[in-house]
Design a protein around this ligand. Structure first.
Ligand SMILES: CC(C)(COP(=O)(O)OP(=O)(O)OC[C@H]1O[C@@H](n2cnc3c(N)ncnc32)[C@H](O)[C@@H]1OP(=O)(O)O)[C@@H](O)C(=O)NCCC(=O)NCCS
Length: 283
């Protein structure tokens, strides 16, 4: 069995490109995103993109990325199919946790859609904080996009939505699978500052956007209820159309009460079996 202290992890290098493409070819039916982001990840000195070698060949990958004060994001865990179930992923993750502790991070967060990996994360003490379902609303022509609030409005907006139904199901974070931020007024202010916050009528509904993975408007959280929320959900579909995007994609915690407003606004489950989980570990 591999253990963290016997592992030889080293930074991924540009020359590893072909091997990384080869070892991720059978991940997610050939649709792994790691080859697509490889060049950016190798070039990013602000994160630790690590390779595990066995007998001189790369068989494991992982990445640790600081992304907010005290928070480190864990992503890109891969073990070559020839080397699975030998404890390598567990040992790599243990090493990553030790490294994050050494660097005094407060919390490690990650997202996964792989239930096998979820078992590993739970064994190592990660707590599941979100169980999300994908909702999709097609683009609609002709209406007004939602208002983009100013960063100064964030406190007021947060006060208006902080007690909206189902807010606790977010587990205190946004469903941004590139780095879940704390869900609080500072996050509304940050999103507003980069043009990624949307407000419904009277600020009684809010949507925070995230970087999309495809041609869609991607939403990392929604809050509010009833007519205000429905109006905002429609406005997002109008915005997708105005921007030439296919649709709006929203990750919403399972059984969130906004589901009925989603249905009423023309949104559907994209795929009932396609889950995404968010995990956190106090370091
Ligand atoms: C998930 C993955 C990284 C696991 O790598 P691995 O080196 O085989 O994992 P380990 O041998 O360290 O297994 C550790 C634990 O994870 C769980 N696990 C791993 N693979 C599993 C599987 N196929 N089925 C069920 N549980 C599994 C088990 O709890 C296992 O402990 P056990 O062997 O004592 O039962 C690897 O299968 C992989 O690269 N998959 C494709 C990419 C992916 O899904 N990455 C995770 C995205 S966050």
């Amino acid at each position: 069995m591999a253990t963290a202290d016997r592992l030889s992890l080293r930074p991924v290098r540009p020359a590893d490109r072909d091997r990384v493409i080869e070892m991720t070819r059978d991940v997610w039916g050939g649709h792994d995103y790691v080859p697509r982001v490889f060049d950016d990840w190798v070039a990013d000195a602000g994160a630790a993109f690590q390779a595990l070698e066995v007998d001189g060949i790369v068989v494991g990958l992982q990445r640790l990325r600081p992304y907010a004060s005290g928070l480190i994001w864990y992503e890109g865990l891969r073990v070559a199919s020839t080397h699975r179930r030998q404890g390598l992923a567990r040992a790599m993750l243990e090493s990553a946790i030790a490294e994050a502790r050494e660097q005094s991070f407060r919390e490690m967060r990650l997202a996964t859609g792989n239930l096998d990996a979820a078992g590993l994360f739970e064994e190592l003490g990660f707590e599941r904080i979100q169980d999300d379902r994908w909702w999709r609303g097609g683009r609609v022509e002709g209406g007004e996009s939602a208002r983009i609030p100013t960063a100064d409005e964030a406190d007021k907006l947060w006060a208006a939505i902080a007690s909206s139904p189902g807010i606790e199901l977010w587990g205190g974070v946004t469903a941004d699978f590139n780095g879940a931020q704390d869900l609080a007024s500072a996050e509304l202010s940050r999103l507003a500052g980069i043009g990624m916050l949307r407000a419904g009528p009277g600020g009684r509904a809010i949507a925070g956007l995230r970087e999309p993975w495809g041609d869609n408007l991607a939403v990392a959280f929604v809050a509010g209820k009833g007519g205000a929320l429905r109006e905002l959900l429609m406005a997002l579909r109008f915005e997708a159309d105005a921007d030439g995007l296919d649709d709006v994609v929203i990750a919403l915690p399972r059984d969130h009460p906004a589901g009925k407003d989603m249905h009423a606004s023309g949104y559907d489950f994209a795929n009932d079996d396609d889950n995404m989980y968010l995990y956190r570990l106090n370091l």
